[in-house]
Design a protein around this ligand. Structure first.
Ligand code: CTP
Ligand code: MG
Length: 252
């Protein structure tokens, strides 16, 4: 069900606009929390609230769509630039695909840009989003924030022993946001829908399968995805470290 929220403002003759789309319909099974991890509180707010606030700090974004599970009533926003769509699917890719349909229903056009960003990446900063937009807005394909892998990489055998070292010279760790034209991402995902989006773990992986090569835009290691139980304390520490010392809180 898509909520009956009004569409984004119609500026049909405007040049390409940018929208953010946040998949927020996962269960957070690796995080070990009682409720989905996006609703855990760190540094005084829920992960999803930190994430949406970072995106609302980007004036170039015309709107922010949040994709939650069909039965999820935990997220609402009073902000006029935010829409909540209850169309989450079984996988992240399915949630993004459904959200992209809702975004188009809300007025996004094929030539507009969509920046897909994980709800669980609550350390994102507006400057990183702006750097991505600046790097991709003239790009024929689009791109994503990523960081070069700093560690030596090992391949494990069935017994959990290292049997090969992988050349990391050209290996990057993909983050989000990932920024593509609505038409590019829609057709890339649509082509994978019959296969149940198998192997599609981010937007770039779907776009790559069409033969296009997304631009890698260097981001920050602080923009990690809260995934495991220990990540909450790390997120808390990073968020607290960004505050003026007078506003720092005790860990909740
Ligand atoms: N997500 C989603 N719909 C799904 C699965 C994931 O919208 N069916 C969202 C999550 O809410 C999260 C983002 O995609 O913001 C990245 O996914 P991930 O970190 O894997 O979150 P979960 O799938 O919730 O966690 P886990 O894989 O540990 O269960
Ligand atoms: Mg997952």
């Amino acid at each position: 069900m898509v909520t009956n929220a009004p569409p984004f403002p119609d500026t049909a003759d405007a040049p390409a606009r940018c929208y953010a789309l946040i998949p927020c319909a996962g269960s957070g099974s690796r995080a070990g929390t009682a409720q989905p991890k996006q609703y855990q509180r760190v540094a005084g707010a829920r992960l999803i609230d930190h994430t949406v606030n970072a995106l609302l700090g980007v004036p170039a974004l015309a709107g922010v769509g949040v994709v939650v599970a069909p039965d999820d009533v935990a997220y609402t926003s009073p902000d006029a630039r935010v829409r909540v769509w209850h169309v989450g699917g079984a996988t992240r890719a399915h949630s993004v695909f459904n959200g992209l349909l809702a975004l188009q229903g809300a007025g996004a056009r094929p030539q507009d840009w969509v920046l897909v960003h994980d709800a669980a990446r609550c350390l994102l900063r507006p400057a990183e989003v702006e750097a991505l937009i600046d790097s991709c807005i003239e790009d024929p394909v689009g791109g994503l924030l990523a960081v070069p892998v700093p560690d030596t990489l090992k391949k494990a055998d069935a017994g959990g022993r290292a049997h090969q070292t992988v050349d990391r010279a050209d290996v990057w760790q993909a983050q989000t946001p990932q920024m593509f034209r609505v038409s590019t991402l829609w057709s890339a995902l649509e082509a994978q829908s019959a296969e149940g989006f198998a192997g599609i773990t981010d937007e770039a992986s779907a776009v790559e399968r069409t033969g296009l090569t997304p631009r890698l835009v260097r981001g920050s290691v602080q923009n990690f995805k809260v995934t495991y139980p220990e990540d909450f304390a790390l997120a808390e520490a990073v968020l607290q470290s960004r505050r003026p010392s007078t506003q720092r809180e005790d860990t909740e």
